[in-house]
Ligand binder design. Sequence first.
Ligand SMILES: [Mn+2]
Length: 290
Amino acid sequence: MTNNIRTLRKQNGLNQQELAHRIGTTGQQIGHLEAGRRKLTQDWMERLAAGLGCGAADLLGSPSANSVDTTARPPQKAFPKGPRPSAGDIFMRTATVERRTKETQIKVALNLDGTGEYSVDTGIGFLDHMLEQLSRHSLIDLEVAAKGDLHIDSHHTTEDTGIAIGEAVAQALGNRAGITRYGAAYIPMDETLTRVTLDVSNRPYLIWKVDFSRPKLGEMDTELFKEWFQAFAQAAGITLHVENIYGENNHHIVESCYKGLARALRQAIDIDPRKSDAVPSTKGVLGGSL
Ligand SMILES: [Mn+2]
């Protein structure tokens, strides 16, 4: 064995399936990577490092590394102390997720520490407009390419896009060490006011208090927005409360929800400079029971 993936995985208390789920691959691939049957490319290293909450360099073992008592090693840190990760840094919080079913084929790439650059094509104009707002106002760089069964309706493509983006966020967050964790935003748009609060807790939950007076926006059924937020919250591991406090224009109402998610998420995933190496929970881990 020429790498430390298995050792690091066990230190994280993960089985192959659980690690695979975190980084959007299969347990079989993890097995190949651990055994050296699959080449450990830069992309795989970044994904594994994000999933294991370590640096990419930690994955590569020296020839004697496997005989070293790993229990004596210091705990792995998701991020170095000091300045936040930046481009070219091996601690980049990035992820790529490909999700293929008989209903949809979706590819998502994102960088949590981006500048809000986006390239979004879901085949649904209104959804593209919303995802562009999400990127622009969260400063998450976001690429989404989705091909879905739009000849049926927008349901599968909308929901699966939420799942894929949520999975990418979860993957890029790794063990969630150093993050601020909570975020909140009030977003006014003309006559509309919406509040979004969230906890990037690894505890998926959606509260959705948003009503629409019209059945459609563009080609999109307004009932699908709840489906997108539900799918995103579940896959990203976020407790997400969305409430439209008042508003009339349906476009404003839904757009304020996405902008609120963006601004609240931007706060919550920001690295807290006073606690950059700690998981923000008294349990020492995010997720599980209270
Ligand atoms: Mn708009």
